[in-house]
Design a protein around this ligand. Structure first.
Ligand code: SAJ
Length: 402
């Protein structure tokens, strides 16, 4: 079947998007640098954990509408869905977007649509436009170029890809309209037209906004700890006000989005983005604060009992009820506890993961049964019904016991 759409990047967003498009009856040729990923998908299987994705990929592959490969082919629409990490100094790294675009450039023809979905610093779509036209000057003004960020929440991707509203910004009006037509084929949510720079900034704004709101909650947790106030109760009560809606404090902010995207603003606009930068700093500080609290509790226990306490570390994922450990503050805290704890017995728990390449994992009930100190890092459902005996010290950094 001749591919109509090429998607470059078959990760957490690229693969679900490819499967969704394929299952709408549009032949998709998905591209990934990893031969293992390509082989897995062509066998109708998946390499990431996401509810409903396995069925969608199996269906697309079986029907012949979804194929994976390490190289792109000629199509009508090209979607760039590759990672945009940051470099050492929190400077955005758009080299994967650039490499994907360079691979597509020789295949482009008049009338084609090129869309970047990867989170990108403001101006990236225009930069890629310049790159495309510098290599293919005959195409200037004859291809459609747009930016359309994804906004899906890991764990609910297959639903949100269809039902979330989307912001679509072309480098000109014709490009915006052409990209709107494309998404109309498989998105039920509303499509909002704008220009490429606004669409790029919109994605960064959404995640920077959430980061700032979480930073506010984390700041409250530090204040309440000093003031002897239960922060969870405080937030619950403050949220009874009709115009107040405070988020929840935690052991830090992780994942590959909220803890990364605000830097794409602060890198380009350092003087104007002080609050956004401070929110990042506050959220980055929280895991250190948690690790220090564990250390103090351990030293206090040692003084009182004349022996090292055993410690249960509950949760490694970057948020509740998922198996994703990327950029997880709970991992940083665990590493620090390991460094600090000398020869204390540590029981590390992550119910959503069978094995970890560095940490030996313990069943959550066993860990709580054996530990003198229980450190609650991630509010997984399993942890909500645990009982502790009176002697146990419970450090709840994620509000499981609120
Ligand atoms: N967190 C808190 N307190 C809260 C909410 C979250 O500490 O009240 C922490 C979580 O534990 C986690 C981090 O923040 O460590 C991020 O989790 P999240 O659920 O806020 O967001 P992500 O990273 O899973 O997905 C976000 C979403 N963006 C927004 O809600 C604005 C999602 O819609 C985006 O598509 C995704 O980033 C992305 O790909 O950019």
């Amino acid at each position: 079947m001749q591919a109509k759409v090429v998607t470059v990047g078959l990760g957490y967003i690229g693969l679900p998007t490819s499967a969704l498009i394929a299952n709408s009856g549009i032949p998709v040729h998905g591209v990934d640098v990893s031969q293992h990923v390509v082989d897995t998908i062509n066998a109708g299987k998946i390499h990431i954990v996401e509810p409903e994705l396995d069925k969608a990929v199996a269906q697309g592959v079986e029907a012949g509408y979804l194929k994976a490969d390490t190289k792109p082919v000629v199509a009508d629409t090209y979607l760039v869905v590759v990672p945009t990490p940051f470099k050492g100094d929190h400077q955005p790294d758009i080299s994967y977007v650039q490499a994907a675009t360079e691979n597509i450039i020789p295949l482009l023809k008049e009338g084609d649509l090129y869309i970047i979905e990867s989170t990108s610093p403001v101006g990236t779509t225009e930069k890629m436009m310049e790159l495309i036209y510098s290599k293919r000057p005959e195409l200037e003004g004859k291809v459609y170029l747009a930016y359309c960020p994804e906004r899906v929440l890991p764990g609910n991707v297959m639903h949100e890809l269809v039902h979330n509203d989307r912001v679509i910004g072309g480098v000109d009006e014709q490009s915006t309209e052409k990209a709107m037509e494309f998404y109309r084929q498989f998105v039920v949510g509303e499509l909002h037209a704008t220009n490429a720079r606004t669409a790029e900034m919109c994605k960064l704004t959404e995640n920077a906004s959430r980061d700032s709101q979480i930073a506010f909650a984390n700041e409250l947790s530090l204040i309440c700890d000093k003031a002897g106030i239960n922060v969870w109760e405080l937030i619950r009560l403050a949220n009874k006000h009709p115009r107040v809606n405070i988020l929840q404090p935690g052991c830090g902010v992780g994942g590959h989005c909220i803890a990364v995207d605000p830097y794409f603003i602060t890198a380009d606009f350092p003087m104007e983005s002080r609050m956004i930068a401070q929110a990042r700093a506050t959220n980055n500080y929280k895991p250190f604060w948690c690790a220090e609290k564990v250390k103090s509790a351990r030293l206090e226990f040692e003084l009182k009992h004349g022996r090292q306490p055993s410690i249960a570390i509950m949760g490694l994922a970057f948020k509740p009820n998922i198996d994703d450990l990327r950029e997880s503050p709970a991992i940083h805290i665990t590493e620090r506890i390991l460094q600090d704890a000398g020869d204390a017995d540590l029981y590390i728990v992550e119910p959503n993961v069978e094995e970890h390449k560095v940490f030996k994992l313990t069943n959550y009930r066993d860990a709580v049964g054996k530990a003198d100190i229980v450190v609650l890092l991630v509010a997984h459902n399993e942890f909500k019904s645990l009982d502790y005996d009176e002697e146990q010290i419970v450090l709840d950094f994620c509000g499981v016991r609120k």
